[in-house]
Design a protein around this ligand. Structure first.
Ligand code: FAD
Length: 442
C-alpha cells in the first residue's frame, strides 16, 4: 500500500496540492495523510486505522466533484486510483474496481460488443465516484441513471468491514450506498449491468435560437422515444447570440444516410449530422476537457450549478436562468446543458428528482471564472439565489456542485429517504468518520 504525507504531491500548474481540492476548486481542505491502496483489504485496514485514530476518511475517485464533499481536513484521503481492476466480461454484467474510470469499463466491454446502458457525458470519472452521486447522461431517457444500472456493490463500512449488498442482500445498504455520497461506506467494487452495444452513433445537431422551440423539440423527441440519446447544449456565438443545439443521437449497427421522420416535427432552424463510432461518441467530452486544459480553465474555480426542474416550470425558469448569463460571465468555453429525464426511469431512492413525470437537468457550466469581473463570489451568490428560487417551485439539486447544503438542507433534500439513510449511517458508520465534507450530520 502506497502512502505519502500531505503536501508531497503537486499537480502540474497548481499552487495547492491536488489532495486539498477537487475540480470545483472552491473548497480547500488539507488531509493529514493520503493513501493509495491496491486491494480492498487494504481499504478496510485503512478505515479501521483512521477510526482508531479518530479522524475523518474520504474516498477519492478522479476528483471531478465540485463542492469539496470528498475533501477531508486533517483526515485520511483514500485515493482509489489503483483499484481499477476489470473482471471477466459476462453477457449481462461486469464486476469492476471502484477506482476504474467509465472509460476503462467501456473499453473492456465494447471489446465484447457490450456497454453499460447509462453513461455520463464525461467518461474519465470513477465508477465509485458517479455511483456515489447518480451518474446521469443523455441515455437517461431510456435507462435512468448509472445507479439504476448496478447489480451489486462491495462496500467498506465506517467500521472497516467489507460487505456485499444488492437488491436481495442488505437492501438498505445497497439503497443508501448508491447516491449516498460516501456516507455509509466506501464502494470498492461494483457489478455493472451490460447490454449489447451498437457500432455507431448517428448524431443529429438541431439548431435553435429560441429556447421555447428547443424545449418543445426535446419534448417531441422524448414523446417519440426514438433517439437513443437526447440532450441540448447552448452557448454564445461570436456575435453574442445564444445558440442551442439539440443532440438527438440514434445508435445503429449499420450507418445509413437517412433522416428519421420525427426530425421533421422539431422545428429546428438547421439540421446537420455526423456518424461516429459508438465509443468515440461516448468519449466526446474528452477533447472538450483538453481544450479547457489548453486555455488554463481546468485550473480555475468551477462553481457549476446542476439542478433538476419540474417540467411545469422549465418553460419559464430556463429562460430566467439564461437571462443571467452573458458571453463574459460564461467565459470562452462555457455552456448551458439541459435535457428531460422521465422520472419513472430513475428508481434509486437516494436520487431526489422533482415530483413530476419529467424532470429537466439544467447545468450551468461556465469557464474562466478567474478572469471574469463576476468572479467566484458572484457566482456562488448567484447559484444560491437561483437554487433558493427554484427549490420553492419544486426543483432539486444534483449534489455534485454548489450551493453547499446545511445539515437541515440535506435532510430536506433527501426527504422521505432521510430516515433510512440516517439508520444505515448509525449502523455502518457509528463514529461518523466517512465523507465528512458534506456537512450532512453537523
Ligand atoms: C467535466 C465534467 C463532466 C461531468 N459530467 C457529468 C455527467 O455527464 N453526468 C454526471 O452524472 N456527472 C458528471 N460530472 C460530475 C461527476 O460525475 C461527479 O462529480 C462524480 O462524483 C465524479 O467522480 P470522481 O471519480 O471524479 O469522484 P470524486 O470527485 O473523487 O468524488 C466525488 C464524491 O464521491 C465520493 N466518492 C468517490 N469515490 C467513492 C467511492 N468509491 N465510494 C464512496 N464514495 C466515493 C467522494 O468522497 C466525493 O464525495 C462531471 C464532472 C466534470 C468535472
Amino acid at each position: 500500500m502506497a502512502a505519502h504525507d500531505s503536501g508531497s504531491a503537486a499537480d502540474g500548474a497548481l499552487t495547492r496540492p491536488w489532495e486539498s481540492h477537487d475540480f470545483g476548486r472552491t473548497v480547500h481542505r488539507m488531509p493529514r495523510r493520503v493513501a493509495r491502496p491496491s486491494t480492498v483489504e487494504e481499504v478496510a485496514e485503512l478505515v479501521r486505522g483512521a477510526r482508531g485514530e479518530g479522524i475523518g476518511v474520504a474516498a477519492r475517485g478522479r476528483g471531478h466533484g465540485m463542492n469539496g464533499h470528498g475533501l477531508v481536513e486533517d483526515g485520511l484521503l483514500i485515493d482509489l486510483g489503483d483499484l481499477d481492476d476489470i473482471g471477466a466480461v459476462e453477457p449481462d454484467r461486469v464486476r469492476v474496481g471502484a477506482g476504474a474510470t467509465w472509460h476503462q469499463v467501456l473499453a473492456a466491454t465494447t471489446a465484447h460488443g457490450l456497454t453499460p446502458p447509462a453513461l455520463t457525458d464525461y467518461l474519465h470519472t470513477s465508477v465509485g465516484g458517479t455511483l456515489s452521486v447518480g451518474g446521469v447522461g443523455g441515455m437517461a431517457l431510456h435507462h435512468g441513471m448509472q445507479t439504476d444500472n448496478v447489480l451489486a456493490l462491495e462496500v467498506v463500512t465506517g467500521t472497516g468491514e467489507l460487505v456485499t449488498c444488492s437488491p436481495t442482500r442488505d437492501r438498505e445498504l445497497f439503497d443508501t450506498a448508491r447516491a449516498g455520497i460516501g456516507q455509509v461506506g466506501i464502494i470498492v467494487r461494483a457489478t455493472v449491468r451490460l447490454v449489447p452495444a451498437f457500432n455507431h452513433a448517428k448524431w443529429f445537431h438541431l439548431a435553435y435560437t429560441d429556447t421555447a422551440a428547443m424545449i418543445a423539440g426535446q419534448r417531441t423527441l422524448l414523446a417519440a422515444g426514438t433517439p437513443s440519446f437526447l440532450q441540448a447544449l447552448g452557448a454564445f456565438d461570436d456575435t453574442g447570440t445564444f445558440i442551442w443545439s439539440i443532440d438527438a443521437v440514434f445508435f445503429t449497427d449499420v450507418p445509413e444516410d437517412v433522416t428519421p421522420d420525427i426530425l421533421g416535427d422539431v422545428h429546428a432552424t438547421e439540421i446537420t449530422s455526423d456518424t461516429l463510432p459508438y465509443s468515440a461518441f461516448a468519449d466526446r467530452v474528452a477533447p472538450v476537457m483538453e481544450l479547457r486544459h489548453q486555455s488554463g480553465d481546468y485550473w480555475a474555480p468551477h462553481p457549476w450549478l446542476n439542478l433538476y426542474l419540474p417540467d411545469a416550470i422549465v418553460d419559464a425558469e430556463l429562460p430566467a436562468v439564461l437571462a443571467e448569463l452573458t458571453p463574459q460571465n460564461m467565459g470562452s468555453t462555457g455552456a448551458l446543458l439541459t435535457y428531460p429525464i422521465p422520472t419513472g426511469k430513475v428508481t434509486t431512492p437516494g436520487i431526489r428528482l422533482p415530483e413530476a413525470g419529467t424532470a429537466w437537468l439544467i447545468a450551468v457550466l461556465h469557464s474562466d471564472v478567474d478572469k471574469q469581473t463576476d468572479g467566484l463570489a458572484t457566482w456562488e451568490r448567484r447559484n444560491r439565489d437561483i437554487y433558493d428560487r427554484l427549490r420553492r417551485s419544486g426543483a432539486t439539486q444534483y449534489p455534485i456542485s454548489p450551493p453547499t447544503f446545511t445539515a437541515a438542507e440535506w435532510r430536506e433534500h433527501y426527504g422521505t429517504h432521510w430516515d433510512t439513510l440516517a439508520a444505515v449511517k448509525d449502523r455502518t458508520d457509528p463514529d461518523r468518520i466517512l465523507t465528512p465534507g458534506t456537512g450532512m450530520w453537523n
